[in-house]
Design a protein around this ligand. Structure first.
Ligand code: FES
Length: 300
């Protein structure tokens, strides 16, 4: 079957897909909101967003096939032609690139004889050049079906794809203990648990290092009240800044003006000069022009 030929699902397969689709749709207030997981469901059956899968989604959600296709072509996780059993995504974004990601990418392209979004003849591997795997602290990073393989080298990357090609299991650095197939992962992304969420390591040492150093040194993140005091000190250099009150801290989270805010009328939008009476009544503070001005300056 090619990407342009419309075929139909066998009766039992379509019945199962419709049953699972109904489960997914029931999770949303509007049926059309279920389109993204339904596209994953189609991929879990066909290995890509097939013409028959598009037709099924359109029928279930009462959309046109053009509307379904428009969404499917927007996201890179949806494949428009049959995907390999394993998607090997090599990050070549800035940090991974300087740490060797570009060399890994070139080596794998050469070793497998394929380029971006191409699949090996045996259907095992689809290669993807990825813009950040969101694991920069482990650069250079490869993902196999969205499982992490950290701190790679050209040699370890070649070993990884050779193991996959040989049909042997590979073990991610973090997360699940083995890598599920593209179709299995697609079923998970459609919203059906595979019971493996608690396998393996979650956050690794590189991710936790900053937290450990902060704890050793007694560092904490600034409180909202500290930030308010710092902004006041910045706005009025030379003025004595007193410790903000609990009201100030509360104002940051409630969106109301703090009691004792002494912003001048020039700092407020024309026609609105809140008094302490206004503030005591809980009137919402308009956006502070001094902050907006700073943002504009930063942009220019
Ligand atoms: S730059 Fe490679 S994971 Fe972020």
């Amino acid at each position: 079957m090619t990407a342009t030929t419309r075929e139909f699902y066998a009766h039992d397969v379509e019945a199962r897909l419709r049953r699972e689709a109904a489960e997914i749709v029931a999770r949303y207030p509007d049926a059309r909101s279920a389109l993204l997981p339904l596209l994953h469901l189609v991929q879990s059956e066909d290995g890509y967003v097939s013409p028959r899968g598009i037709a099924l989604c359109a029928d279930i959600l009462e959309l046109t096939r053009a509307e379904v296709s428009a969404v499917a072509t927007f996201y890179t996780q949806y494949k428009r032609h049959p995907n390999g059993e394993y998607t090997v995504g090599v990050c070549t974004n800035a940090l991974c690139a300087v740490m060797g990601g570009d060399i890994i990418w070139d080596r794998l392209c050469q070793h497998l004889g394929i380029g971006h979004d191409e699949t090996t003849a045996d259907g095992k591997i689809t290669l993807e050049q990825v813009e950040c795997n969101a694991a920069c602290d482990y650069a250079p990073v490869i993902m196999v079906n969205w499982e992490f393989f950290d701190n790679q080298t050209p040699a370890s990357a070649v070993d990884l794809v050779d193991t996959i090609t040989a049909g042997e299991p590979v073990r991610p650095t973090r997360g699940a203990e083995t890598v599920a197939t593209f179709k299995e992962i697609s079923h998970l992304l459609a919203g059906f648990e595979d019971g493996r969420a608690d396998e393996g390591v979650g956050a690794g040492e590189a991710t936790l290092l900053g937290l450990r150093i902060a704890r050793e040194n007694g560092w904490t993140s600034p409180r909202p009240a500290d930030r308010v005091a710092a902004e006041r000190a910045e706005d009025r250099p030379g003025e004595e800044v007193t410790e903000p009150t609990a009201d100030v801290a509360g104002a940051e989270t409630s969106g109301t003006a703090p009691v004792g805010d002494e912003s001048s009328s020039a700092e407020r939008p024309a026609g609105h000069a809140p008094t302490k009476t206004d503030e005591a009544a809980g009137e919402a503070e308009p956006e502070r022009p001094d902050r907006a001005a700073r943002t504009d300056e930063e942009k220019s």
